[in-house]
Design a protein around this ligand. Structure first.
Ligand SMILES: Cc1cc2nc3c(=O)[nH]c(=O)nc-3n(C[C@H](O)[C@H](O)[C@H](O)COP(=O)(O)OP(=O)(O)OC[C@H]3O[C@@H](n4cnc5c(N)ncnc54)[C@H](O)[C@@H]3O)c2cc1C
Length: 342
């Protein structure tokens, strides 16, 4: 195991170097990394593919990359299949592989960048599905170097949130996720609850049950999601970005008429209402706006783009301006979705 300084890849293309970084390829490596960080009195933090982080130029502590990309079949019956997947596996590769095996459920989450190990952190979600729906447990190496298989119900999964995200904000060592166990369907059960996806297949009213024979296959859903995403989101290789830069805020019922009066339509979500942050940003006049090398993507204003040599500070300053103007106009505080890593 070699610990060394390293440039940190990230989809925002920010220049960032870790003072100490290491590849973790075995349990022994993970233990050694935790031991090293503790002895050196530095913080340990895992990174995946860098698609949901704002990296500051110098990242302190020990940065760990879990490399295990194995997929292990644990059990299978007529209804379900259970698989254990190493944290280092690329997410979209996993979605494609599961579909090719006839294991269903992840199709709506096609083309989300990043690694399997990061998926539980913010409970990745898209097109009406959250990964938590398919997670049985998450294997985590704790600071005491013991691996704990955490059942999903202990992970406190919520909208773009989990117990792991909360722990990342604390000062203690961050959790090291080694693998994720999924329970997937063996029978297609496509989810077209997201209006834009239903519209793609020309389903006029997504909540009305359709005869099974008329439903698209999970592979067709994956293709549709891929096409919709490609049309709407900038490819980070061309326009470096971290996907949604802001979470959709939750509000109370009393605030809904005020927003509706300004053509922003909150929608029911759990006990409260969710507001499209993209709509708020759009109404606040940020869509397509640029300041130097940072800009707000015109087709999806939730996405901030590094058009050249923007620094993390440039990006965060731009995001702060967006947040302030939304707060001033709508009395709503936007929360950043990516983690800031320093
Ligand atoms: C174009 C684009 C589109 C996107 N669309 C979506 C979307 O539709 N839905 C969605 O939910 N997200 C989306 N994202 C965000 C991102 O893809 C996900 O959050 C993804 O899970 C991040 O994976 P990563 O490997 O890049 O993690 P990183 O960005 O490297 O890390 C993210 C967080 O996870 C932690 N982490 C990573 N690996 C581990 C590990 N093994 N153990 C412990 N902690 C770990 C890091 O410390 C960090 O806090 C998008 C991003 C981009 C660039």
């Amino acid at each position: 195991m070699t610990i060394a300084q390293r440039r940190l890849p990230n989809t925002l293309n920010l220049a960032a170097t870790a003072i100490a970084a290491v590849d973790v390829t075995s349990l022994a490596d993970a233990k050694e990394a935790i031991f090293y960080a503790e002895n050196a009195g530095i913080r340990l933090r895992c990174l995946g593919e860098g698609s949901n982080v704002v990296l500051m130029p110098k990242v302190e502590g020990l940065v760990c990359y879990v490399k295990d990309a194995s997929v292990t079949l644990l059990s299978r019956d007529d209804e379900f299949v259970r698989i254990k997947v190493g944290a280092g596996k690329n997410w979209h590769e996993l979605v494609k592989e599961t579909l090719s095996q006839g294991w269903f459920g992840l199709e709506n989450l096609s083309l989300i960048p990043g690694s399997v190990g990061a998926a539980p952190i913010q409970n990745i979600g898209a097109y009406g599905v959250e990964v938590a729906q398919f997670i049985e447990s998450v294997a985590v190496m704790e600071a005491n170097q013991i691996v704990r298989e955490m059942p999903a119900k202990e992970c406190a999964f919520a909208y773009r949130d989990s117990i792991f995200k909360a722990r990342l904000k604390s000062t203690a060592n961050a959790p090291v996720i080694l693998s994720v166990t999924f329970c997937l369907n063996r029978r297609p059960d496509v989810n077209l609850s997201y209006a834009e996806l239903a519209a793609f297949f020309e389903f006029k009213s997504p909540h009305v049950a359709k005869p099974k024979s008329k439903l698209p296959s999970p592979e067709q859903v994956a293709d549709a999601v891929t096409a919709i995403r490609r049309a709407k989101l900038p490819d980070p290789r061309e326009y470096p970005n971290a996907g949604s830069f802001f979470k959709n805020p939750m509000i109370n019922a009393y605030a809904t008429p005020r927003l509706e009066a300004r053509s922003v339509r909150p929608y029911k979500f759990g006990e409260g209402y969710k507001v499209s942050a993209a709509q708020l940003i759009d109404h606040a006049g940020w869509k397509g706006k640029r300041r130097g090398d940072v800009g707000c993507w015109a087709n999806q204003p939730l996405v901030l783009v590094n058009y050249g040599r923007a620094s993390a500070s440039n990006l965060l300053a731009f995001a702060q301006e967006v947040r302030e103007s939304v707060a001033e106009q709508f009395q709503i505080q936007l929360e950043l979705e990516p983690s800031v890593v320093s």
